[in-house]
Design a binder for this molecule. Structure first.
Ligand SMILES: [Mg+2]
Length: 191
């Protein structure tokens, strides 16, 4: 089994650390009155491809998620806080997101990782999926946990070990390591 040292790994945020899709479904229901969509309906990373939802509504919900993680009650994935908190005592934590701005999500991370000093939480917002690989190479990261299959493939092509966080939107046979929860990731760590 693969063993990972805390300073060898970095993380995507949405769909890995943050339970962003649950927030999406909640906003759709509470703010737009749409209660028919369920997580298993989200079979593509690109929501307009798999949901019968007006593109403007999707855009509005995503905008809420990007700008106001506290207002929408964004919650961490089960077990994420526990594993990251342990890791932080061995190495600074690195998060690389395709979000266009890092301010709101960095503040959210600092809040949910309440016992981790803020200076040990590094967030890089690339604005684009394609740029993640450059950042990972520059930081000499060996493992990256990500829920977007195309990004996994891109970084894999550059010799970085992609770890795909299992969701309905990233199914299929892939050469990457696949994890189903944070407990599985915790077991891969060599502390
Ligand atoms: Mg993601």
């Amino acid at each position: 089994m693969v063993k990972i040292k805390p300073d060898q790994i970095a993380f995507d945020i949405d769909g890995v650390v943050a339970d962003t899709m649950s927030a999406f479904l909640r906003i759709a229901r509470d703010e737009f009155g749409i209660s028919t969509i369920k997580k298993e309906h989200i079979t593509s990373y690109w929501l307009e491809d798999c949901l019968n939802l007006d593109e403007q509504i999707i855009k509005a919900i995503i905008d809420r998620i990007l700008t106001d993680p506290f207002g929408i009650d964004l919650t961490p994935m089960d077990g994420a806080v526990e594993v990251l908190t342990v890791m932080a005592s061995y190495s600074p934590l690195r998060f690389i997101t395709a979000r266009p701005t890092k301010g709101p999500i960095k503040e959210w991370l600092e809040t949910v990782l309440a016992t981790v000093p803020a200076k040990r939480i590094q967030v890089i917002a690339t604005g684009k999926h394609e740029i993640k690989v450059e950042v990972l190479k520059e930081l000499e990261i060996e493992f990256f946990v990500e829920d977007h299959l195309e990004t996994c493939q891109t970084i894999w092509n550059h010799g970085i070990k992609a770890i795909v966080y299992d969701h309905p939107w990233n199914q299929g046979s892939v050469p990457f390591i696949r994890i189903r929860n944070w407990q599985e990731l915790g077991q891969m760590l060599r502390l």
